[in-house]
Design a protein around this ligand. Structure first.
Ligand SMILES: [Zn+2]
Length: 287
């Protein structure tokens, strides 16, 4: 296969200018070559570094929102998780030794949101930092008078825009997480949100998904959720942390979409519909 096989210009209505021809030879050829090399590398990873059958079964069966996946979805998830393990760097902190079970557990949970999107949606970051349990982050906040306040925040996970995803292993391991492990789903929602800049609850929408419909669905739900959380009258068992801002609301709704789809479809049907279109999955049909 040659590089020119990848170049199928669709924008050439009429003759190309010299500048267009030049830009194709430089930019498109480089991109096509890069894509081809990456595809070859990924095929090699699947062949040479497969996830062991018993380990994969263990991870999928012990996590409720993975256990409900059908055969074809499981196979797709395994492929993505294999690439995730190979392409991300896992760093244990506080003497936490990261083993294969931990890597595959994180990878399987992380790849559920991108099951129908593809591994390239996580292209902008490389590292998973793993803490044994919850961790403390240093914070500096400037108030409206320009005074900087410093403090600490206790976290189970954090996503640094363009940088690592940090998680508590205790909250990720289905054997020790108090409920269903959601921290990886939550941080991965932030990672998708970050693809359009500072997280604001608006990930890159697909063609045919009008932004105004997304915004209307999320704004209405957010306002109702924040008001009910404030009054303590929220009937739905979603984490009140969702009321923090639009980015956290999107991340918590993503958790709900995969772990409690019936509750989400019931409480905020328009949000469920938008997430179904964005993730190209229908978790309600799996339960
Ligand atoms: Zn968050």
């Amino acid at each position: 296969m040659t590089v020119t096989d990848f170049i199928r210009p669709s924008r050439n209505k009429g003759e190309w200018t010299q500048a267009q021809i030049k830009s194709v030879t430089v930019t498109d050829c480089a991109n096509a070559m890069w894509k081809w090399l990456r595809a070859k590398r990924r095929a090699r990873i699947l062949a040479r570094r497969p996830i062991a059958d018993a380990l994969w079964r263990d991870v999928v069966e012990s996590t409720p929102y993975l256990r409900v996946l059908g055969e074809a979805e499981r196979a797709q998830l395994r492929k993505l998780a294999t690439w995730f393990v190979a392409e991300k760097t896992f760093v244990g902190t506080h003497e936490l030794e990261v083993d294969d079970y931990m890597r595959v557990t994180v990878a399987a949970q992380a790849c559920l949101p991108i099951l129908e999107l593809g591994i390239d949606w996580y292209r902008d970051w490389l590292t998973v930092v793993m803490y044994p349990g919850g961790f403390v982050a240093h914070r500096e906040v400037e108030d409206e008078d320009g005074i900087v306040h410093t403090g600490f925040e206790e976290l189970d996970g954090e996503s640094m825009a363009g940088g690592p995803m940090a998680i508590s292993w205790q909250e990720t391991d289905p054997r020790t997480a108090p409920d269903e492990p959601v921290v990886v789903l939550h941080e991965c929602a932030h990672k998708l949100d970050e693809l359009t800049g500072e997280p604001n609850g608006l990930p890159p929408l697909h063609a045919g998904m009008p932004r105004r419909e997304w915004s209307a669905a999320f704004s209405d739900a957010y306002e109702r959720f924040a008001a009910e959380a404030d009054e303590g009258t929220d009937a739905l068992a979603f984490d009140d942390y969702a009321a923090t801002d639009a980015a956290e609301f999107f991340a918590v709704m993503t958790e709900a979409f995969f772990t409690a789809p019936a509750d989400l479809a019931d409480g905020y049907p328009c949000v469920y519909d938008q997430l179904r279109a964005f993730y190209r999955q229908d978790p309600l049909a799996r339960r």
